[in-house]
Design a protein around this ligand. Structure first.
Ligand code: TYD
Ligand code: MG
Length: 452
């Protein structure tokens, strides 16, 4: 087979015929590495399928098998599908290996044979962790291996029902010629494992590292060849972990799984709102609780802002767990339509507890937190706020307001500042309706009526 040389970017997977210091596609520096690519053999295509009535095709949902980890099954829509390939991405140290070890132990204890290919840690290290997590099960097999042919041979021999490869970036195939860890290696090894999964009906889970900006390291094609992409997120300094589906061929991507990392590994969190609000201090200016919706799950998140006047321009804007563009919009609207002098103020804004709040439904809460800090007046602690802010300063209702308010009522909040069009509140809760951001600031008791 003829081969030709090309250079491929380790970040985005794009190729170039010559070496360049900077990738022309994603503009990352020093990411191009040489790769030998086999010239495509001339193709003869054999017919592989016959057109079949849709009703005669086996329904894949029959083969959904629970992992036994409730929060994981919730995100997967019931469990892992036989013959499917799932990619679990997340930053180093977030808990991917822990989650999958716990899931495998559960499945093994239910009598399913499981294989954990540990390409980053030794089998002894994994055993030690499993001991602490209570995950030592006779049907759980460990293989500390990085070479793909040996991994495939082990799958052949054991015939496991579930295989986890931790991580796909450390697996290599010596027959490929390119360096271990290169984009071509990751892509081709993933392709091979996908074929193995489909051919045997084995559920395969690949662990993938993510880059600093949150994308999966390695070629984008990885996301296309697998059936499901899960993203494991959270702030390593906080205990809360969020698991969500970014892509899911067998169900919705609307579900959110919540875990808390503790000494005994990951534990599902049924009451995340309660957990997020545990350390809240009442009566502090710059704090508002917002009922956000993560998929179909309402969560109460405290939004905080700290505003102070400074002499330098442009003043600093520091969002944490809050979208920078939405913060900019909220500040511009507050300045123009509520006449708040924010142009010379530094603004720190954060969503507390390590969650990332990007939905527009948090605009109003963010705006009220900023106004409260600027005016140095706390908002009553039993109040929540939810609504989107338009560029004209108007408030708009956001989806599923009733569910959000029901969650707030469940946790003891007694009133909610909402847009005029919002639905009736649940029993025991009063709503304060506002048409504009300026009215909402007055409803929150930050400014008296008529004052600007
Ligand atoms: P790990 O699953 O190794 O993360 P990843 O595979 O995503 O890199 O988890 C790493 C962190 O989790 C590590 O810093 C220690 C912490 N941890 C606990 O706090 N409790 C536990 O029971 C375990 C197993 C890990
Ligand atoms: Mg790991």
């Amino acid at each position: 087979m003829r081969t030709k040389t090309l250079f491929r970017c380790g970040e985005c997977g794009d190729e170039s015929p010559k070496w360049l210091g900077r990738c022309p596609s994603c503009e990352a520096w020093n990411t191009l590495v040489e790769e030998l690519e086999a010239a495509a053999p001339s193709l003869t295509v054999a017919a592989t399928g016959v057109a079949t009535p849709i009703s005669d095709i086996a329904n894949v949902t029959d083969a959904v098998r629970p992992t036994g980890i409730g929060e994981l099954d919730r995100v997967l829509g019931g469990g892992l599908v036989d013959g499917s390939v799932t990619l679990v991405g997340g930053e180093p140290g977030i808990g991917k290996s822990t989650l999958l070890l716990q899931a495998l132990a559960r499945m093994a204890s239910a009598g399913r044979r499981c294989l954990l290919v540990t390409a980053e840690e030794s089998a002894q290290q994994v055993r030690a962790r499993a001991e602490r997590l209570g995950a030592v099960e006779p049907e759980l097999y460990l293989l500390s291996e990085t070479a793909l042919p040996h991994i495939v041979a082990a799958i052949d021999e054991l015939a496991p029902a579930v295989v986890v490869v931790d991580s796909i970036q450390t697996i290599f195939d010596p027959s490929l010629g390119s360096a271990p860890g290169s984009v071509a290696q990751v892509r081709d090894c993933a392709h091979r494992l996908v074929r193995e999964a489909k051919a045997r009906g084995t559920a395969v889970v690949l662990v993938g590292h993510v880059t600093k900006d949150g994308g999966l390291a390695g070629p984008r094609v990885l996301e296309h060849v697998v059936d499901t992409v899960l993203s494991f997120e959270g702030d390593r300094l906080h205990a809360l972990r969020l698991l969500r589906a970014v892509k899911h061929r067998f169900g919705t991507i609307a579900e959110l799984g919540l875990f808390e990392m503790g000494d005994g590994g990951l534990v599902g969190v049924p009451d995340a709102s309660g957990l997020l609000l545990t350390d809240r201090r009442a009566g502090v200016a710059g704090s508002v609780v917002v009922p956000v919706l993560e998929g179909t799950r309402p969560l109460l998140v405290e939004m905080q802002a700290l505003v102070s006047q400074v002499d330098y321009v442009p003043p600093r804007r520091a969002p944490q767990g809050v979208d920078g563009a939405r913060l900019a919009l909220v500040l511009a609207v507050l300045e123009r339509h509520a006449k708040l002098p924010l142009g010379k103020c530094e603004v720190y804004a954060s969503a507390v507890g390590g969650v990332r709040v990007v939905e527009p439904g948090a605009d109003l809460g963010l705006a009220l937190a900023v106004a409260s800090s600027l005016l140095n007046k706390p908002i009553a602690e039993s109040v929540v706020a939810c609504g989107e802010i338009g560029l004209g300063g108007e408030l708009r209702q956001v989806g599923q307001t009733s569910r959000r308010l029901a969650e707030a009522a469940r946790l003891g909040f007694r009133s909610a500042i909402v847009p005029v069009s919002a639905p009736e509140p649940p029993a025991g809760m009063q709503v304060l309706r506002a048409g504009t951001i300026a009215e909402a600031i007055r409803q929150a008791g930050l400014l008296r009526g008529g004052q600007n």
